[in-house]
Each structure stands twice: as C-alpha cells, then as structure tokens.
Design a protein around this ligand. Structure first.
Ligand code: GMT
Length: 379
C-alpha cells in the first residue's frame, strides 16, 4: 500500500530543495502520496497532482517580530497536516530548523499516533551552520530526536559524527540521485549558437553564488583557459557573490566572454551544450551540480574536498584539484578542452558512473527500504 509522506525542504535555489522535490516526484511516481510542507513551492517542483500536494507555511509578520518565526509556523503546519491526512512519516531535508520543527510537531500531536521523523543532512547544515557554537546543541538535538538520519555522502556522515559526537550507526548514507531519462545530453543547436556564436568551447558553472562556491576562482581559471583555447564561460545561478564575480571579470578583461545567465529552470538545456563544468567550492558535501553535469556527459573539474571525490572519478570523469589551485584546474581544463576525444571519453564515462551509482533506479529503493525500517521500528 502507498505511504503518506510529508516532505519539508527549503524552497530556495539550492541542492537540498532540489533533492527534496525530486524525491517527492519519484515517490509519487511509485504510488505514494507526498505532502510538501514548505514556505513556497520548492524549486523544480512544477507540477502538483492527485498524489503530490503542497501545504504552504506562512509565518505571520508582526511589527514586534524582527524575524517572523518560520520554524514555529512550520511546526504548527506539520502537525496540522500530519493530523488531517494521517501522515505515515515526515521526511525533512536540511537539519536546521526542519528537524527541530518536526520534533515540535510530533510533541504537539502527542495524543495521536506516533509520527516518525527522517532527517536528511545535506551539507552546510552540518559543516557550517550546525558547527557554529550557537546552533550546535539544537542541531545535535534535532538529529538525536529523529527516528532516522541519512547523509548524502560518506564524508558528511563522518563529519557529522565527529562534529556532534554522535555514534555513526545513527546515520545511513543515501547518496543524491538523478533520473537518467531526464538528465541526458540533448541536441540544442539554437542555444549552443547563441552562447558560442563563433564555435567557442563552453565552460559552465552552476550554483547559488554563495562565498562557499568561490565563483571568483571560476573567473580566474577561465582567464587562464582563454589564453590557450577559444572559450566562453556561462555562469548559471544567482547569489551574493555575483557582483564580485562580474567585477573581477571586468578587472581581468575577460567579461566579454563571460555570460551571467541568472537562475535557469531548464538546467539540462545548459548542461547539454556544455563542454566542461567547473565546481570550485571551498567545501561540498556532495556536489549535485557535478552529478547533473556528469549525467549530461559533461566532464567535471572540481575541488578535491568533502564528498566530491565520491562523485567525480579523478582522471576518468574529470579531474580533482586542491581548493584554490587555479593553475592546476586551468591546466586540466585546457587539457580536456583541447582534445575532443578526451572530452568525449570523459563525458561518456561520467554518464556511466552517474547511471551506475546514482540513478533513481539504484537510489529510490534505498529510501523506500529505509522508510520501511523506520516504520517497523516505530510500531
Ligand atoms: O549546504 C548547503 O550549502 C546548502 C545545500 C543546498 O540546499 O543547496 O547544499 C548541500 O546539499 C546539496 C544537496 O544534497 C549538495 O549537493 C551540496 O554539496 C551541499 N552543499 C555544500 O556542502 C556546500
């Protein structure tokens, strides 16, 4: 019988919201009913239906509240939805504040049947925000009060156990996934000609342009690439570091070959015309954009950090270099972009890894088995 699952994730542009949305869609395809409980329709969730429903969390604004209490409004909404539709399980993405709101929701409903909570840890909820002393105790509490906790990489599992002094047996690794029938390379001559009107190679970066992504490294690497290969850099996304990136591009005299295209709903279109993806992050628990690119046969050059070595096979689906190693990353980029053969071989291998290790077919059963295990334990 299909389960009734509540999913909470951030609706903003970010990997955890994408994973939450795509997980919901995949669950619905498999006959389960999914209730998204979020402040807005999550990114990439374009269609609702009979078994994908959306419950909006609306924190009340009142002059006394400098910051409207989203976490409390969320807890109330979670508890209402759980009662109304008899949720079997609540799956929250990103520990802060979602796991704590879920715990409060369960306490609010304590006269009703027990509501199991699964928390998926994504990255900065642990490595940055969670490890901040002011948030550490409450994040730890949220993790310990969850009935099940998953992490998107082995790196993140180890990091969580260490930072929060929690036994590693409390957490299971379930990696992020892609649907290979949606993420594949498509011909798009029109977009290719628009972005590379003179047949240039296309280097792409996709992110939310936060400091952790080090987008200025992309600009510097691109400046070095340009000395050797005719190329253009396409910066997909938006965020606080955009202005800094644009400024640096002008300073380095490369701005005419860099295109900031903003947030894009059709990410596959951009990946389909890309020759290379750059992911220069300071830290990255998984690197979903690397996986999406790999599925579209795009070789990836990424920082050798966090969970990225679990996704990008160094020397086979791209290359890894130390964080901030502009020269090394540029050297690898020039190597790939100068050889159509190497680019194609790496791209094909990248897709093979994406399918073998991270396809929906492989990962969805892991989530469903995990849910069943939690539900059995909660009985
Ligand atoms: O932690 C963040 O930076 C936010 C989060 C998000 O919502 O985008 O990103 C993390 O989760 C993604 C999905 O699991 C991972 O692919 C990203 O690697 C991870 N970001 C970092 O670790 C910086």
């Amino acid at each position: 019988m299909g389960l009734n699952i509540g999913i909470t994730c951030y609706s903003t542009y970010g990997g955890s919201g994408i994973v939450g949305s795509e997980l919901g869609r995949e669950l619905a395809k498999r006959g389960h009913t999914v209730h998204f409980i979020c402040s807005a329709l999550p990114t990439r969730l374009t269609e609702l239906g009979e078994n994908i429903l959306f419950h909006e969390v609306e924190p009340t604004h009142y002059p006394l509240f400098e910051y409207p209490p989203y976490d409390l409004a969320l807890a109330v909404k979670m508890s209402e939805v759980a009662t109304e539709v008899k949720l079997d399980l609540l799956h929250v993405h990103y520990a802060i504040p979602h796991s704590i709101s879920a715990f409060l929701a369960r306490e609010l409903n304590n006269d009703l049947s027990y509501l199991p909570i699964v928390t998926t840890l994504h990255g900065t909820d642990i490595t940055l925000v969670g490890a901040d002393r002011s948030y550490l105790p409450i994040t730890r509490f949220g993790i310990l009060k969850s009935d099940g906790v998953t992490a998107v990489s082995s790196y993140l599992l180890k990091e969580t156990c260490q930072v929060f002094d929690i036994g590693c047996d409390k957490i299971s690794v379930i990696p992020n996934f892609i649907d290979p029938n949606y993420y594949y390379r498509r011909q798009n001559e029109q977009l290719r000609n628009k972005l590379a009107p003179n047949g240039e190679k296309l280097v792409v970066h996709v992110s939310n342009f936060r400091p952790v992504k080090r987008i200025t490294d992309c600009i510097r690497i691109f400046a070095a690439i340009q000395n050797k290969v005719k190329a253009r850099l396409i910066m997909v996304g938006d965020g606080p570091e955009k202005a800094q990136g644009e400024w640096l591009a002008r300073q380095m005299g490369v701005s005419k070959n860099i295109c900031f295209v903003g947030k894009q709903p059709g990410i596959v279109d951009y990946l389909s015309v890309a020759d290379l993806l750059l992911l220069t992050s300071e830290t990255e628990s998984f690197g979903l954009s690397a996986l999406e690119a790999m599925a579209c046969e795009v070789p990836v050059i990424a920082s050798n950090v966090g969970g990225l070595p679990e996704v990008v096979a160094d020397g086979e689906s791209g290359y890894l270099a130390e964080v901030g190693d502009i020269e090394g990353m540029a050297k690898y980029a020039i190597k790939i972009l100068s050889s159509d053969n190497l680019q194609r071989k790496m791209g094909q291998f990248a897709r093979q890894i994406a399918i073998e290790n991270f396809s929906t077919e492989k990962i969805m059963p892991l989530y469903l088995d995990y849910y069943n295990k939690i539900l059995e334990k909660a009985l």
